[in-house]
Unconditional design. Structure first.
Length: 254
């Protein structure tokens, strides 16, 4: 991705475009490249912001969903954003939810979750310490998608680099376990802002029933399923994902 990475204090982020901030939170094995198509599209309408979550930089006690939610709170505060549209994929969705539950007065106008943890997930972190086995990591990465071809060599290499680093593996497992422990359940009824749920019909990590459960628990939510799509719709079917998100954000303006 050829966008400039900006720095403010301890925060590194991408910020492109003008308008109401659309803040994107990536998942456990996420990278800025996950949002390339989304950024290219929405920078025409919004200020698109991708903070780099410090998955591997927090001390081990703060390497939790709550620790990351605290980071997001400080980032949004430091940047002075208002009328934020918050979007999270996988662990990023879970972080967004915890942030909103801890800060009910946060300057957030809408929430979008796609393949979010927080209720149930087949933990990717649990089985990753097979560190030296590239083929195993490739197959595991492919399971994220309906179409295994989306797991490019570049993407597999990124995951392989993470799991080849012992300290990073410890942090991945800490975050995965924190996500499983921090089940939100009935708390989700306290999320009152308009919420968009976009789920891959073929998501094996947070299966479709998870999207349905989020829809049942979050009062002001709408749920869209995308067929032939896995855990990261904004990567696998960016055109369809962008259309759904675009229509949702447009409705809020009326």
């Amino acid at each position: 991705m050829d966008y400039e990475i900006k720095t403010q204090g301890k925060f590194n982020y991408i910020e492109e475009g003008e308008g109401e901030p659309l803040v994107l939170l990536h998942g456990l094995f996420g990278a800025l490249s996950n949002f390339r198509d989304l950024l290219d599209h929405f920078r025409q309408y919004n200020k698109v912001v991708i903070p780099m979550l410090p998955l591997f930089d927090l001390n081990i006690l703060e390497t939790t969903v709550s620790g990351l939610a605290k980071f997001v709170h400080k980032f949004i505060e430091a940047r002075g954003y208002q009328h934020v549209h918050l979007l999270g994929n996988s662990l990023g969705g879970h972080v967004a939810l915890v942030y909103l539950l801890k800060h009910p007065d946060a300057p957030v106008s809408s929430l979008t979750l796609t393949g979010s943890s927080g209720l149930f997930e087949n933990g990717m972190g649990e089985t990753y310490p097979k560190r030296g086995d590239y083929e195993y990591i490739r197959k595991k990465t492919e399971l994220t998608f309906y179409d295994p071809a989306i797991a490019t060599k570049e993407l597999v290499d990124e995951v392989f680099e993470i799991v080849g680093n012992r300290l990073k593996v410890i942090k991945v497992i800490a975050l995965a376990k924190s996500a499983i422990r921090h089940n939100l359940g009935e708390e989700l009824r306290d999320i009152k802002i308009p919420t968009l749920l976009v789920w891959g019909q073929n998501d094996t990590i947070t299966p479709p029933m998870v999207g349905e459960e989020f829809h049942k628990l979050i009062p002001n939510s709408e749920l869209h399923f995308i067929d032939k799509c896995g855990h990261a719709p904004m990567m696998e079917v960016p055109g369809e994902f962008n259309t759904i998100l675009h229509n949702f954000l447009n409705k809020l303006k009326k």
